[in-house]
Write a protein that binds this ligand. Structure first.
Ligand code: NAD
Ligand code: UDP
Ligand code: UDP
Length: 319
């Protein structure tokens, strides 16, 4: 049995990861400052003997004893990471330094949840890991993109300079139960709008594309990466290469919910990437991983989740 630290463990992806690690027979220490994470995501885990929650901001040092670290702490949706951009970049940079310092002291393996956003508004399509990206360093997305880029650099420097065992994963758009209903991400926005019969907000023309990965597939890839051969550090893309325009996504969600919502068109936010799709050959080769859940199936599960939560809360969810 290992004792595993998950930073950002009460967030969307982190809570699914904690569940997976517990199911594999580990002890889990979940560290989160509850900025975008919610206690309700881990409520069902709190009674378990093998699960512990510690409220803490990783921009401050953390002295604990663990056998492995998954570093997921960081707000991930544009409205959340742009709410306090300085704190966002501190979380990626100072947070990574602290977690790498912890890994160095304990001589344990650490995985970084990096992102497809390090590719910025990509000029190469689909994106292989060798692509170096196109990020506007002074734009409103830079606090997230550049923070995550610097975190990757720190991981590789701690590896080269201090022999810290690292794994770097570039996560592409992921969706599923426990997404925050108000975090402004496109899947949760469209589903909540469709369920409430509100207008569906398409930014720009809706011709921009994303490739959506269901959370169970993503967590499976993350676990496989952490347990991959010792001399494989990544970075490795984990995402679903099936690419959709935002208009196609909206139509699919209207169809699956049977909603009468109409589409409305709003301005495209600054630096919004035009297209995004992972090349996943490396994950297939190194991890034997590929996504299994198609968009319609994953959306149906996610819609069921939101239907239940909206009914349970019995209150209007504002988007
Ligand atoms: P999320 O916002 O649900 O989870 C992030 C968690 O980190 C939250 O629980 C939040 O409270 C916590 N947190 C934020 N700042 C912190 C700090 N300074 N100290 C401690 N805890 C802090 O987002 P998510 O979608 O679950 O994303 C998890 C990770 O995966 C993030 O690092 C994100 O950048 C990365 N990622 C996610 C996606 C995606 O599509 N969901 C895509 C690419 C990368
Ligand atoms: N750190 C931590 N927990 C530990 C060990 C280190 O939070 O168990 C933090 C500590 O605050 C330090 C950072 O990690 O500033 C980087 O550690 P490192 O050993 O690389 O740097 P140094 O301590 O030499 O500045
Ligand atoms: N988007 C949209 N309507 C919304 C929310 C988002 O059309 O209500 C668009 C957004 O402009 C972007 C895409 O959907 O082109 C994905 O946005 P999200 O914030 O989910 O992820 P990211 O841009 O970080 O990939």
């Amino acid at each position: 049995m290992k004792r595993i630290l998950v930073t950002g463990g009460s967030g969307f992806l982190g809570s699914h990861l904690c569940e997976k690690l517990l199911a594999e027979g580990n002890e889990v220490l979940c560290v989160d400052n509850l900025f975008t994470g919610r206690k309700v995501n881990i409520q069902h885990l709190l009674q378990m003997d093998n699960f512990e929650f510690h409220r803490h901001d990783i921009t401050f040092p953390l002295y604990v004893e663990v056998d492995e670290i998954y570093n997921l702490a960081c707000p991930a949706s544009p409205i959340h990471y742009q709410f306090d951009p300085v704190q966002t970049i501190k979380t990626s940079v100072m947070g990574s330094i602290n977690m790498l310092g912890l890994a160095k002291r304990l001589k344990v393996k650490i995985l970084q949840a990096s992102t497809s956003e390090i590719y910025g508004d990509p000029e190469i399509h689909p994106q292989p890991e060798s692509y170096r990206g196109c990020v506007n360093t002074t734009g409103i997305r830079a606090c997230y993109d550049e923070g995550k880029r610097c975190a990757e650099t720190l991981f590789f420097d701690y590896h080269r300079q201090h022999q810290v065992a690292i794994k770097v994963m570039r996560i592409f758009n992921t969706y599923g139960p426990r997404m925050h209903p108000n975090d402004g991400r496109v899947v949760s926005n469209f589903i909540v709008q469709a369920l409430r019969g509100k207008d569906i907000t398409i930014f720009g023309t809706g011709q921009q594309t994303r490739s959506f990965c269901y959370v169970d597939d993503l967590i499976d890839g993350m676990y496989k990466l952490m347990n991959s051969r010792d001399d494989f550090q990544g970075p490795v893309n984990i995402g679903n290469p099936c690419e959709f325009t935002m208009l196609e996504l909206a139509e699919m969600i209207i169809d699956l919910t049977g909603s009468s919502s109409r589409l409305i068109f709003l301005p495209l936010p600054q630096d919004d990437p035009l297209q995004r799709k992972p090349q996943i050959d490396l994950a297939q080769k190194e991890l034997g991983w590929e996504p299994k859940i198609q968009l319609a199936e994953g959306l149906t599960k996610t819609i069921n989740y939101f239907e239940k939560t909206l009914t349970k809360q019995g209150v209007a969810i504002t988007v």
